[in-house]
Structures are given as structure tokens and as C-alpha cells.
Write a protein that binds this ligand. Sequence first.
Ligand SMILES: Cc1cc2nc3c(=O)[nH]c(=O)nc-3n(C[C@H](O)[C@H](O)[C@H](O)COP(=O)(O)O)c2cc1C
Length: 147
Amino acid sequence: MKAVIVYYSGTGNTQTLANLISQSLFKLGILHDIFDIAKIKSFQDISLEYDLYILGCPAMGFEELEKLDFRPLFDYLLPNLLGKNIALFGSYSWGNGEWMTKWEQEVLKSKAKLIQKGLIIKDQSKENDYDKVNNFVINLVRRQNEN
Ligand SMILES: Cc1cc2nc3c(=O)[nH]c(=O)nc-3n(C[C@H](O)[C@H](O)[C@H](O)COP(=O)(O)O)c2cc1C
């Protein structure tokens, strides 16, 4: 099984989550790549051959995905991930996580599979969020292996 984490982060909170997810995957011995989308040259840098896509984006706009970098990438990826498993995560602040619910709905309407509920963490992750992140990863690896 090979996984990929692809994320956007403006002020680093979602990046911290991406790194924590990467550490948890590493501990479970799951091979994976990790891409900060601000650093990729083209969408094609992200292979369509991974088994599991773990996508991260904070709440932006009015409960939206970030528009300039993440939204175009997601719009490219989603129709190309026929039958692939997707998990979502991101940081938010003053809302109630509505951006994640809307994002999950988009995946549910697509031909990809939402492997489990998205991970949402308020602001900067604190020590007591680490277990949440770890459990998110343990569950998603379990579900991936059940497929
Ligand atoms: C332009 C902008 C729009 C935002 N819109 C929302 C929002 O609609 N709902 C919300 O809960 N947080 C919103 N936030 C807060 C961010 O989601 C929050 O600060 C998050 O931790 C940022 O993650 P990052 O450090 O990975 O960029 C917004 C932040 C910015 C800068």
C-alpha cells in the first residue's frame, strides 16, 4: 500500500497536522510521500497511482477550500481518482467545521471513496490533539487494509 499526503497551509497549522499524520504513518510502516502544494511545479507531479490520498486544507473564505492553490488541484485530482480512497484533514478557527462537511460531500458525490470522516483540528494543534491525529491514521490504515 502506498499513500500520499497533499496539503495546503497558509500559516502552518495544517502543515503541522500533515507532519503528524506522516509520523503516524511512518510508525505503522506505511510507505508514503508528502507534498506541500505551494512547492509543486505542476499537478502532474502528483501521481494518480497511490492507493490512498490524504488531503489537507484549512477552512478559508466562508467555509471554503483555499481558492488559488488547493481548489484547482482538488478539482483536477478528484475526477481522476476513480475507486481510490480519500481521507481529508485540516485546521479551522472560528467556524464549526462546515467547510469539512461540504468537502466530504464533494468526495461522496464523486467516483472516489471517502474512507472515513475528516479530521478537523481547531487552530494550532495542541498536545491533546496528537491522539486524535494518531487515531485518525490508525483507523484509516485499518479501513484501507479491509478493502
Ligand atoms: C482568509 C481566511 C479565511 C478563513 N476562513 C475561515 C472560515 O471560514 N472558517 C473557519 O473556521 N476558519 C477560517 N479561517 C481560519 C483558518 O482556517 C485557521 O486559521 C487555520 O488554522 C489556518 O490553517 P493553516 O495554518 O494551515 O493555514 C480563515 C483564515 C483565513 C486567513
